[in-house]
Design a protein around this ligand. Structure first.
Ligand SMILES: Cc1cc2nc3c(=O)[nH]c(=O)nc-3n(C[C@H](O)[C@H](O)[C@H](O)COP(=O)(O)OP(=O)(O)OC[C@H]3O[C@@H](n4cnc5c(N)ncnc54)[C@H](O)[C@@H]3O)c2cc1C
Length: 412
């Protein structure tokens, strides 16, 4: 049977597109094919189960890829307000915590439910456990093959995501490989919004400690990116929001180094003077207790050692350069990045289908009319904070508008 539209992938972008097309043009027949037994598995895990669904500050600097400007038409055409309207109409009002938007329920699973209900109410045919294995052109129509089944369609939307979160969440990257074989240009994929691995010696001693720090990502003397927030020391390296935020840039950088400023509110000279006074004040203590009361004790001990001093010696025995040397470590506590914890632990995949092959207003392939790509499979990824789901919604709504409009012309 011929379908007006086949959507490959029942994740954030695919479900949104299915509902949006039907709401604009109920006459169109839509079949959504999902490889897993349930739709929206990844969406249900987002935002630690709360779903950070959007962000109030959608700007180009928050997006990455070979051509991040590609995303701006969709993000402006269907930005935060249009997304909120769309979700309000399917029963999901938003709440905001500072700039981050969430469903009022604070439950990611309820966002999946409402998309599912809306798709069913609109008459979208959802086929789960249907993994697409090939797409062919046949007599002016697309023939979408899933194992021993095949479906014909006038339009196909690829909404199959990429590699982040692993196969459990439906992310195997197989659709990208298939499209590559069919001649589409792709951009190398790598994990982003992911924990960073560093040399283990120091981080292991600090495992479990959280500190507020300004995180600088450096390559040689060049500062590539700066973020502030809570950093978590782990046995493999570093985690926490600012680390996740710089991780995509770290993957591209040459010899990346993370520099933590553990006291950004104080300049180097001010801190040096303060530490000099503290040495005088606490001269009777031992160096392993020098920072006790000022910062985490274990962290303080590691800083003393990193500045080149021994623990268990009297504070009074520290030399005259000690305040400056210790302050320098606090202001620039550095870790060489050796890698990251991989796709399985990442929230988003950088790279994917080269956007130059697609129309930014409709998400349609420039060479293969009727074939659209939306969401993460395109070479666009956003920062942590609701930017990736916003890209999924915005790109889906653009494709939906284009397809529903075509249908209107044909039906009208
Ligand atoms: C743990 C985690 C937390 C996250 N939290 C947030 C957050 O709070 N805010 C935010 O903005 N972003 C978050 N993200 C990122 C966000 O989830 C993704 O950017 C978004 O889901 C991408 O949407 P998509 O529809 O393109 O892909 P997906 O949501 O991955 O959907 C793709 C779907 O296609 C299906 N599929 C794949 N191949 C085939 C095939 N061959 N045939 C049929 N079906 C197929 C998959 O099973 C899947 O259901 C998070 C990601 C993870 C992993």
């Amino acid at each position: 049977m011929k379908n007006d539209v086949i959507i490959i992938g029942g994740g954030a972008a695919g479900l949104c597109a299915a509902v949006a097309i039907k709401r604009k043009n109920p006459a169109l027949s839509i079949r959504l094919l999902e490889a897993l037994p349930r739709v929206g598995k990844k969406l249900a895990t987002t935002g630690n189960g709360r779903c950070n669904i959007t962000n109030k500050n959608i700007t180009e600097v928050r997006y990455h890829g070979t051509h991040p400007d590609f995303a701006m038409y969709a993000l402006n055409r269907f930005g935060g307000k249009a997304t909120e309207d769309f979700f309000n109409k399917i029963g999901v009002p938003f709440v905001f915590e500072e700039e981050k938007g969430y469903p009022a329920s604070l439950q990611a699973a309820s966002v999946v439910d409402c998309l599912r209900f809306a798709a069913k109410e609109a008459g979208v045919i959802v086929c789960t456990e249907t993994r697409v294995t090939n797409i062919q052109l046949s007599g002016g129509l697309f023939k979408v093959i899933a194992g021993n089944m095949s479906f014909l369609a006038e339009n196909v939307i690829i909404a199959a995501g990429l590699l982040s979160g692993g196969e459990r969440l439906g992310s195997d990257g197989q659709m990208l490989e298939l499209l590559k074989k069919a001649g589409f240009k792709t951009v190398r994929t790598y994990p982003a919004i992911v924990q960073l691995k560093t040399a283990p010696e120091i981080v292991r001693q600090l495992k479990g400690i959280k500190v507020n720090a300004e995180v600088g990502l450096k390559s040689g003397s060049k500062l590539l990116r700066r973020e502030y927030g809570e950093v978590l020391f782990c046995d493999y390296g570093l985690s926490g929001p600012p680390i996740l935020q710089v991780s995509g840039a770290a993957a591209l950088a040459q010899s990346p180094v993370i520099s933590l400023d553990l006291m950004r509110e104080k300049g180097l000279d001010e801190l040096t003077a303060e530490l000099g006074e503290r040495i005088t004040l606490l001269a009777g203590r031992s160096t392993d207790e020098f920072f006790t009361g000022m910062m985490n004790k274990r962290l303080g001990q590691v800083i003393i050692k990193a500045a080149g001093y021994k623990l268990n010696m009297p504070v009074s025995a520290l030399d005259k350069n000690a305040p400056q040397k210790i302050a320098a470590v606090i202001k620039n506590f550095s870790f060489t990045v050796t890698g990251n914890t991989g796709f399985i632990n990442s929230q988003v995949t950088s790279g994917g289908l080269d956007t130059e092959q697609f129309d930014r207003k409709t998400m349609m392939s420039l060479d293969c009319k009727g074939l659209y790509a939306i969401g993460e499979i395109l070479d666009i990824d956003g920062d942590c904070g609701g930017f990736n789901l916003q890209w999924a919604w915005s790109s889906a709504l653009c494709a939906a508008e284009a397809i529903a409009g075509k249908g209107n012309k044909r039906n009208g």
